[in-house]
Write a protein that binds this ligand. Structure first.
Ligand SMILES: [Ca+2]
Length: 502
């Protein structure tokens, strides 16, 4: 071994110079190592935003909710491993609602953050206004790449989806098998089950856009009718065979607008049938499988930590409760939606939040997460702080629910309601005799109306359901004459009513 002499000045100088060089190299290496350990985009990059929503999935069509409900669960054997995974890795909102329980209006509300009487889409026959301000238009202006994949369904609108750089989407309801889709407006044939196809397009687009912040919406067609048989992929057609759902509770508590039962008694609604439930849940399982594929793709692309994933549905669904099927009216089964959120950099794991969140909150939340200022026109509120485990002061205690007459909407009347934390008031314009008030804390099934007491209170406080809860505040001069009460008055009225029954 070669010995190095260390006993003269030159050697000492050489040693000092070598030490300095080594120190410089060590510092340089350390900096390089730190840079590698912390990718540039992780600290500074804005999060990706991925919103996945189904069509007509009621809030309890999730395995995690069925288990939570125990004896009250209607489908205790139902499994949704991907939704459960998202709930375990993120936050589940247990009180999530739409402001209008119908497909196109809710889709427009998710995009605009605005109530439907303001965003221009109040029925299923209206195209989304091309000049609308949405989370997509604002995020695109802030440097995001934006994409819309899958079901859009606002009227028969076709063409490039407004506000999105890229779209792969079908017209209206499309069909479950071999559905032609429009790639940036150009009709293209596809093979296979539509939600599988949409997922493939979504994953491919994420791969191509992984290097810069993106915002993507994926709309599944499931579990919207027509369901079952060849509307399902072969792999799901016999799933849950032999299982039985629990009967619809309070099916005899008929919706007020349907009047008393006919002679001979109540006939169950066709959507109360077990075979309907099995097909419905097979479709939800198909959506769950594709949610799983999207989550796996995020993992494989190394994007899971940097992507906010939100999973929800465009409206709830009756399966026989109140003698009803489908949606539209504003009892709980129709108004409630699933809402799961995951963002490991900011939100906790396996958390639940009970504050009320709405479909109109999605756009403000996405903008908030991306650091984009919120436009005044949005009535929704960002739930970023809620999902991060904070308790924002003055979080909403009530919201307006609405439904408007539509051609083809059947016999359902327009309705306006105020849904508060523990109470609900529903008015049916032109039918004062149908007014309903429920104490949700004592009667979550909405079976016992408290109208008489409410009438007395209405007289006492000059209360009326707001025709438009989001009109600008009246000026001071007009305030005395205002036609609708303030939010505080709405809440006070309901609270006083509840106190009478506590
Ligand atoms: Ca729907």
């Amino acid at each position: 071994m070669r010995r190095i002499a260390l006993d003269n000045d030159q050697n000492k100088k050489n040693m000092n110079a070598t030490a300095r060089t080594l120190r410089r190299r060590a510092v340089a290496w350390l900096l390089a190592a730190l840079a590698c350990a912390t990718p540039l985009h992780a600290a500074d990059r804005k999060p990706n935003l991925l919103f996945i929503y189904t069509d007509d999935q009621r809030w309890d069509a999730m395995g995690v909710v069925q288990r939570e409900q125990g004896e009250r669960a209607r489908f205790p054997w139902f499994k949704s491993p991907s939704m459960d995974r998202l709930a375990a890795e993120g936050v589940r909102f247990r009180n999530a609602f739409v402001t209008l329980s119908l497909c196109s209006p809710s889709r427009a509300a998710f995009l605009t953050g605005r109530y439907n009487h303001l965003n221009g889409v109040i029925n299923n026959h209206t195209s989304f206004p091309e000049n609308s301000v949405t989370h997509a238009t604002l995020l695109r202006a802030a440097g995001y790449r934006t994409a819309y994949i899958g079901k859009w369904h606002m009227g028969n609108q076709r063409g490039q989806r407004p506000g999105f750089d890229y779209s792969a989407s079908f017209i209206a309801h499309g069909r479950y098998q071999d559905c032609p889709i429009e790639i940036n407006g150009v009709s293209t044939p596809t093979k296979g089950w539509i939600d599988d196809v949409s997922t493939d397009y979504a994953i491919e687009w994420m791969k191509q856009n992984r290097d810069r912040p993106f915002s993507m919406v994926v709309g599944f067609k499931s579990p919207h009718s027509p369901r079952g048989g060849t509307n399902l992929p072969e792999r799901l057609r016999n799933l849950y065979a032999g299982e039985t759902s629990r009967p619809a509770p309070y099916s005899d508590a008929r919706a007020i607008f349907h009047g008393p039962p006919p002679e001979g008694g109540n006939q169950p609604h066709p959507l109360a049938a077990n075979s309907v439930h099995l097909d419905y849940l097979r479709h939800v399982t198909g959506a769950d499988e594709n949610l799983g594929k999207l989550l796996d793709a995020l993992n494989e692309l190394g994007l899971s930590d940097d992507t906010v994933v939100v999973y929800s549905s465009d409206n709830g669904y009756y399966l026989g409760e109140h003698g009803l099927g489908d949606k539209r009216s504003i009892y709980e089964e129709s108004l409630r939606i699933p809402m799961l959120v995951r963002y490991p950099r900011l939100f906790g794991k396996g958390k639940v939040v009970d504050e009320m969140v709405l479909n109109i909150d999605l756009a403000p939340t996405f903008l908030d997460l991306a650091g984009v200022p919120l436009p005044r026109e949005m009535q929704g509120v960002s739930w970023k702080a809620l999902a991060a485990g904070q308790k924002p002061a003055n979080w909403r205690q009530s919201f307006l629910a609405e439904y408007f007459y539509e051609n083809g909407g059947g016999t359902l009347p327009p309705s306006l309601g105020v849904r508060a934390v523990n109470a609900k008031l529903v008015k049916y314009p032109g039918h004062a005799e149908w007014t309903e008030v429920f104490n949700l804390a004592a009667d979550p099934a909405e079976t016992a109306k408290l109208n008489a007491e409410f009438d007395a209170l209405v007289k006492a406080v000059n209360y009326a359901v707001p025709a438009n809860a989001d009109k600008p505040r009246p000026s001071a001069a007009k305030a005395k004459k205002r036609a609708f009460p303030s939010r505080r008055n709405q809440q006070n009225t309901l609270q006083r009513l509840l106190r009478l029954h506590s």
